[in-house]
Ligand binder design. Sequence first.
Ligand SMILES: C[S@@+](CC[C@H](N)C(=O)[O-])C[C@H]1O[C@@H](n2cnc3c(N)ncnc32)[C@H](O)[C@@H]1O
Length: 213
Amino acid sequence: MALTFHPDGIEAYAEAHSDPESPLLAELAKETAQTFGQLSRMQVGRLEGAFLTLVTKLVGARRVLEVGTFTGCSALCFAAGLPDDGEVITCDIEPKHVELAQRYFQRSPLGRKIHVRLGDAVQTLGGLSGPFDVVFLDADKGNYQRYYELALPLLRSGGLLLADNTLWSGRVLKPQDEDTRALAAFNDAVAQDARVERVVLTLRDGVTMVRKR
Ligand SMILES: C[S@@+](CC[C@H](N)C(=O)[O-])C[C@H]1O[C@@H](n2cnc3c(N)ncnc32)[C@H](O)[C@@H]1O
């Protein structure tokens, strides 16, 4: 089941009236569910995936940086929004996740735009050169602030940073565990950050959109 604030019927309706999911992404969702069970909810899914593709096109992005590959759903959605010579650099710490992702990247013509870095995101981000047009934060929630501070200098002026799960099923209203406290602190910090303009969307589990000034 998808993470969402909306009743199932509305989510399905919104999906049915948005761009369709490719057969490959549908197959990836199925294999991810079979392999990882409940963890498959970590995928951005069909509605947010369509949003990521469209936003990438609207920004005219050529380079996307993703923190948190999992099995590759969002990376494929970003790649779909890029021109032929565009690239997605995506990183993940878990070899089993990346192995499944790479099998699907190899099967898709979009896969040649995607470059995977296996390892801890803090180290990966520290070794990258910008500028990127879009950054997507979707890894461990406790490190969002670190990832944000490492990624912002890599983002071009006017570029877009998206952070996923920033409403955390509503738990940010009353933080009671470490991840929720970290996300609430991240949201507070971004809300005060003079370097950016921002809006928190109630899309799926909360998506924060930040434009670097
Ligand atoms: C929410 S999932 C990403 C979902 C993916 N964007 C998608 O749509 O399918 C989070 C991923 O972050 C990875 N992760 C967790 N801690 C990490 C770290 N320190 N460095 C890099 N990746 C990490 C996890 O292995 C997991 O695959």
